[in-house]
Design a protein around this ligand. Sequence first.
Ligand code: FES
Length: 221
Amino acid sequence: MNITINDRECSAQVGDRLLDVARPHQGHIGYFCGGNAICQTCYVRVLEGAELLSPMSDAEKAMLSDRLIKEGTRMACQTLIEKPGKITILSEVEAAKRMTLENPLQLPAYMGKMGWESAVKFTDTIAFQARREQGEYALEATQLLHDVAVAISDAVQLIFDALQSAFGVKRPADKPEERAGNGCCRDAALLAKTVTGDNGHTRIVSAEVLQLHQERGAVCN
Ligand code: FES
C-alpha cells in the first residue's frame, strides 16, 4: 500500500511506524531524538485515515494538548499503521515550511500557537520523561545515542542534498547510470546515446546502440 506524506506517495505496510515510512522517502518529518518520544519534532496532522492508525500512545497523551489532538495531530514516532487504506498526512515542519514560503505573515501566530500548546502540556511532558526509567518507554543510553546520531546524519545529508540541488549539482540518483534500474544500459558510453521516457525507462535512440543491446539481450522499450 501507499500512504501520502506531504503530498508524496510513500510505500508502506500494515505495522509500519509513520516515521519509518517517511524516512526512506525523505518525507520531511522531524526526528531529532531518533524516534524516541523526546524532541517533539515529529508532529504530523492526519488529514485522512485516522481510524487506520494505532490508538493514541501514553507518550502522545502526555505531550499533545487537547486542541492538537482534536486537530488530528499525532507523533509520527509513536503511530503505527494498523489497517490498510487511504492515509494522508501533513507534517508540522512541512506546514511551517509552506507557510514560510507562501504566507510568512502567518508564522508568528502559528509559532505562538504551537508554543502555547507545548506549554500547556509541559508538566505532563516532564512527568512522562521522568517516569521513563522502566517499562515500555525505558530509554537505553547506547541505543538513544545511536538513534540521535543517525537522525543528525540524515539531517546533514538532507541539507547537503538540498544545497547540491540549489547549486544544480546532479545527485547520483539523477545520473543516467543510476536511473537505468530495469537492468538495461549499464554502460555510461551507451547511455549517452539513450533518452529516458516519461515512464522512467531508458529508450535506445540509435541503431548502433540498439544492436549492441540486442546482443546483450537487454533492450529497453
Ligand atoms: S521523533 Fe522525537 S519525539 Fe518523535
